[in-house]
Write a protein that binds this ligand. Structure first.
Ligand code: FES
Length: 109
């Protein structure tokens, strides 16, 4: 697992927000709620909209195109959707917020 700092402590914004960050070529949707951060794949699996342009409701992020919903913690879509988004671990450290990205095995060869 690679741990990459995505926000320094000095630039950490307060309040609730949704934004997009690019980490090692991955487009990530970063969500801050009152007291928690969540990181999910930013491309909606339905038709590719950016979830970072959506909104949060009841612990889910809602896609702005066709309103598919994904659980912020697990990435699971509602049962009738039959889809999900990848989620990524986050860790708050003294110098900022870090995201964990698994190393791709093929990069070792
Ligand atoms: S593109 Fe997200 S619900 Fe259709």
């Amino acid at each position: 697992m690679n741990w990459i700092r995505i926000i320094s402590t000095e630039t950490l914004k307060k309040g609730n927000y949704i934004t997009a960050v690019n980490v090692l070529g991955k487009n990530i949707c970063l969500v801050r709620t009152d007291d928690e951060f969540f990181a999910l794949q930013n491309n909606c699996p339905h038709a590719g909209a950016k979830l970072s342009n959506g909104w949060c409701s009841n612990g889910k992020i809602v896609c702005p195109y066709h309103r598919h919903e994904f659980d912020l913690k697990t990435g699971r879509g509602a049962p009738e959707q039959g889809n999900y988004v990848d989620t990524y671990p986050l860790e708050m450290r003294v110098d900022g917020l870090y995201i964990g990205i698994k190393k791709a095995w093929w990069k070792f060869w």
